[in-house]
Write a protein that binds this ligand. Structure first.
Ligand code: ADP
Ligand code: MG
Length: 339
């Protein structure tokens, strides 16, 4: 075969393989877009575990009519313009891939209205070159993305979808992660028309209520609050003294971005030390904050990982801050037998 340029849809479908693993990954990308757009309320409607429909509606800044077509094309982003921007990133998105990828493996409609506009517009990408069709629509200021029939044209992906219940459980877990990362944003999650989660916006002291709503009263009632600073590093959040038998309550964010970070998990284990027996786990909701230029977020397409420029410093700071908090909370003697 001669060398040729792939049609846009096919190129986007290949890129989708990296980010769109399952319905929950679509929800992650779309909700992150809503947060980047400054939304204070996000409604998430799911049908059939996300396979039939994922609908995310927000009250964010909206997209102007003349940018809707671009929003659906690959490598199109309003969030960075240069390598310098990439090295000090404040938004959750920056790759300009999500909408193009998702719309190449589903039937996607993007409907939006900006505060300046008098009417809303809906955009759909079709065909092998993903030409965009625009139609007038009714919509308040903000954006709705509807994703129908995920993976309808990629049978290999569709085959890997699990039962509706399992896929929804992944979405539910993702929404919990987001609900912890942005307590100030109201979130509603519905499945097959039924409201499953409803998180009102929280400020200051109400954080405790959101924490209880997401992590349960057991955790929220007995956890330690920690807020510690060292140079430009800050660590705050909650952790439980008592070990758990499942690693089910471990939430970690770096500059507001949800992470599964080996370095942080290792630091947490170090901090708990001998309190954790084989097979036991700590429980925590932790926020690491540091200057954007000291962390590289462009490590993984789905942005699950970061790279700290000074990993040792971050690790030791977290381990020490948590160990101090645990030591202060524990009674000086016989503390291992009471846990
Ligand atoms: P990225 O988030 O990496 O920029 P996306 O493909 O997810 O790439 O989105 C492309 C662009 O579309 C964004 O940069 C943003 O300008 C716009 N956009 C997407 N979703 C929304 C939304 N919910 N509200 C406002 N603008 C949006
Ligand atoms: Mg995005």
């Amino acid at each position: 075969m001669p060398i040729r340029i792939l049609p846009a849809r096919l190129a986007n479908q290949i890129a989708a393989g990296e980010v769109v693993e399952r319905p929950a990954s679509v929800v992650k990308e779309l909700v992150e877009n809503s947060i980047d757009a400054g939304a204070t309320r996000i409604d998430i409607d799911i049908e059939k575990g996300g396979q039939r429909l994922i609908r995310i509606r927000d009250n964010g800044s909206g997209i102007p009519k003349d940018e809707l077509t671009l929003a659906l094309s690959r490598h199109a982003t309003s969030k960075i313009a240069s390598l310098d921007d990439l090295e000090a990133i404040f938004s959750l998105g920056f790759r300009g891939e999500a909408l193009a990828s998702v719309s190449s493996v589903s039937r996607l409609t993007l409907t939006s209205r900006t505060p300046e506009a008098t009417e809303a517009w809906a955009a759909q990408a079709e065909g092998r070159d993903m030409e965009v069709k625009l139609n007038p629509a009714a919509h308040p200021v903000g954006t709705t993305v509807e994703v129908h029939d995920l993976f309808f044209n990629t049978p290999a992906r569709r085959k890997f979808l699990k039962a509706e219940k399992t896929e929804f459980a992944h979405i539910d877990e993702l929404v919990r992660r987001i609900a912890l990362s942005r307590m100030d944003v109201a979130l509603v999650l519905r499945h097959n028309g039924k409201t499953v989660r409803q998180y009102p916006p929280a400020q200051g002291e109400q954080f405790q209520q959101r924490l209880a709503a997401v992590c349960g009263n057991d955790f929220a009632g007995q956890c330690l609050y920690i807020d510690n600073q060292h140079q430009q590093l800050r660590l705050w959040g909650w952790l439980s003294e008592a070990p758990r038998n499942h690693p089910d309550l471990q939430y970690c964010y770096v500059n507001g971005r949800m992470m599964r970070d080996k370095l942080i998990n290792h630091a947490v284990r170090d901090a708990y030390g001998a309190v954790l027996a084989e097979g036991q786990h700590g429980a925590f909701v932790l926020f690491v904050e540091l200057p954007a230029a000291q962390v590289d977020v462009n490590v993984h397409p789905a942005k699950h990982e970061v790279r700290f420029h000074d990993a040792r410093l971050v690790h030791d700071f977290i381990a020490r801050a948590l160990a101090d908090a645990l030591a202060q909370a524990a009674p000086p003697s016989d503390w291992q037998t009471t846990s």
